[in-house]
Design a protein around this ligand. Structure first.
Ligand code: ADP
Ligand code: ADP
Ligand code: ZN
Length: 207
């Protein structure tokens, strides 16, 4: 199955993506993770992306689309994939349609005012990318891989506000786009993590 996970920063995409990918046996492709990896390794893509990530702005469409296009050509995507954090603009959505049209788009619906708190309390594993939250008992060492658990630079207050504005302007219109395509599956992302997972599983069974 070719799936897209849509939602504002902090809506729970990464958290749910790991579970969906495991259930469905498809690769989890997070453009944010790809950029952070490139940044760490100081690749040309990382150097291009650096300033955008730091400001909470979107990396230009052409750069992101090319990365995703190449990633989707890899062998493990033959039986489907789960995109997390892509597409984020209408131009990216049109590009994806031409490369590999999704079968369904899961929108994690969240109250934008509540997300600043989720993002400021988010901690992530520097090794495997697992998400934690200080209110849910974030460990210092990742329970999955033993990596150090840190705060993302762009989860600091100033950048969070910018990212939520970018979401409203650039990404929220994709909800209507995919509704019009008949692909939208809307899920209440404000429930607890397990309830969101259960709702997604149920929705996927009905597809
Ligand atoms: P995204 O990938 O959409 O930016 P994450 O999955 O990283 O979001 O989640 C953002 C933060 O909120 C993390 O700290 C995560 O542990 C926490 N979180 C995720 N889903 C929920 C939920 N349903 N309820 C409460 N906190 C959540
Ligand atoms: P979150 O969902 O928590 O906002 P991500 O990890 O998905 O975070 O993205 C982090 C940053 O990576 C974004 O703020 C943006 O700068 C860049 N990025 C990720 N995906 C895209 C995309 N599809 N288009 C443009 N920029 C992107
Ligand atoms: Zn880890």
């Amino acid at each position: 199955m070719k799936l897209v996970l849509l939602g504002a920063p902090g809506a729970g995409k990464g958290t749910q993506a790991v579970r969906i990918a495991k259930n469905q046996g498809i690769p989890h492709i997070s453009t944010g993770d790809i950029f952070r990896k490139n940044l760490k390794e100081e690749t040309p893509v990382g150097l291009t992306a650096k300033a955008y990530l730091a400001k909470g702005q979107l990396v230009p469409d052409g750069v992101v689309v090319e990365i995703v296009r190449l990633r989707l050509l890899e062998d493990d995507c033959k039986n489907g994939f789960l995109l997390d954090g892509f597409p984020r603009t209408l131009a990216q959505a049109e590009a994806l349609k031409a490369i590999a049209a999704p079968d369904a788009v899961i929108n994690l619906d969240a109250d934008l005012d509540a997300l600043a708190k989720r993002l400021s309390g988010r901690r992530v594993c520097g090794g495997c990318g697992e998400s934690y939250h200080v209110d849910l008992g974030s460990p210092e060492v990742c329970t999955k891989c033993g990596g150090a658990v840190i705060q993302r630079e762009d989860d600091k207050a100033e950048t969070v506000a910018a990212r939520l504005l970018v979401y409203k302007a650039e990404t929220a219109p994709l909800i209507d786009f995919y509704r019009a395509e008949g692909l939208l599956v809307n899920i209440d992302g404000m429930q607890d993590i397990d309830a969101v997972s259960a709702a997604i599983r149920q929705a996927l069974r009905r597809l």
